[in-house]
Design a binder for this molecule. Structure first.
Ligand code: NAP
Ligand code: ZN
Length: 340
């Protein structure tokens, strides 16, 4: 076994504390990655807040970059020293229809998530990348795009592909009218992608102080979502709205912002949403998770071509609790990344 150190949640809403634990010895198709940068996703915060009483310690972290330190006997795509990136799925059955379509997050056997899940072969719990090293099946490892900063690539592996996937599936392109709800880790990348794809972008934010940032990211319009009149002015205009807000809210205004046959895609995982059935008339509501391996690679290729990465604030690994506290009070521009 390989001994690693990291940070774990031991109880809901308590600060993370250091932990030492072991990772498996490499299987023939495994890659060992020394983690150099790991993004702090709001899902990590949700996971720690929702940790069941008496649960074993949980090591979060599901978007990271690093350097290959060892490879299994059958691995041909990677070699020691390669710069790589890993996201929130680390294995799947590989044979169900969804896996064959490269939509591994929807694997019918349920995929192995990077943490908080189960290894598909030995059933052991998975522990995340707030740790010095990760061992992962090679099919779920991606080459770091040349020329991009590994700190700013780490968030692409969850926040990036989660927003890229619905935008690319919706065929967003020149002239599409896109709304993005919530300018955080996911939201700021959604704006960058939509702008790079040629869309016209409206940001809905609860934070007036983010309006200038939204425009600097390329948004064409910024609507303060607490201003009912401003929201009403957008009614019936947008083709597709991506809702990335992390807190409970009413979906009505965003459904109302859609044109006939428009789509609201919900990505956030708050405790609840309110939605009135009448507001769905003439609109579609979809709930989306992350993208699979093909979309992740396509997203990384796009980012490499466009020099597109996350806007990050890099903190030393030991400041993980500062990152958590600041993320909880919406004080992040726009993703914390921990550097090991
Ligand atoms: P984040 O960086 O904290 O950004 C969330 C943003 O939502 C905030 O910056 C804020 O933006 C807005 N917001 C927060 N509370 C709100 C409320 N009560 N009402 C309206 N807006 C609110 O979080 P993130 O990492 O981007 O994650 C966003 C959500 O997506 C989380 O729930 C996360 O768990 C989820 N997620 C889902 C997937 C998936 O596969 N579906 C993957 C990753 C993350 P403004 O200040 O602009 O209002
Ligand atoms: Zn995430």
């Amino acid at each position: 076994m390989r001994t690693v150190t990291g940070f774990a949640a031991y109880a809901p809403s308590e600060p993370l504390r250091p932990i030492e634990f072991t990772r498996r010895d490499l299987r023939a198709d495994d890659v060992a990655v020394r983690v150099t940068h790991v993004g702090v996703c709001h899902s990590d915060l949700h996971a720690v807040d929702g940790l069941p009483a008496g649960a074993p310690p949980l090591v979060p972290g599901h978007e990271f970059t690093g350097e290959v330190t060892a490879v299994g006997a059958d691995v041909t795509r990677f070699a020691v020293g390669n710069a790589v990136a890993v996201g929130n799925i680390v294995d799947s059955c590989g044979v169900c229809d969804n896996c064959l379509a490269h939509r591994e997050p929807y694997c019918r056997q349920f995929p192995a998530t990077t943490y908080g899940g189960r290894d598909l072969r030995d059933g052991s719990p998975t522990q995340g990348a707030y740790s010095t090293e990760y061992v992962v099946r090679d099919a779920f490892v991606y080459a770091l795009p040349a020329g991009l900063d590994p700190a700013a690539v780490a968030p692409l592996m969850c926040a990036g592909v989660t927003t890229w996937s619905p935008l690319s599936r919706a065929g967003v392109g020149a002239g599409t009218q896109i709304g993005v709800v919530g300018l955080g880790g996911l939201g700021h990348l959604a704006v960058k992608f939509a702008v790079a794809l040629g869309a016209r972008v409206t940001v809905f934010t609860t934070s007036a102080a983010k309006a200038d940032d939204a425009r600097a990211l390329g948004a064409h319009d910024v609507v303060l979502s607490t201003d009912a009149e401003a929201v009403a002015a957008v009614a019936g205009r947008l083709d597709f709205v991506l809702d990335t807000a992390s807190g409970a809210h009413d979906l009505g205004p965003y459904l109302g912002a859609l044109r006939l046959d428009g789509t609201l895609c919900v990505l956030g995982l708050p405790e609840s949403y309110t939605v009135s059935p009448m507001s769905l008339l003439g609109r579609t509501l979809t709930v989306s998770g992350s993208g699979g391996t093909a979309e992740t690679q396509a997203m990384l290729d796009f980012c490499g071509e466009h020099g597109l990465t996350a806007d990050v604030e890099v903190l030393p690994f030991g400041e993980v609790n500062t990152a958590f506290q600041r993320l909880a009070r919406n004080d992040v521009r726009y993703r914390f990344v921990l550097a090991l």
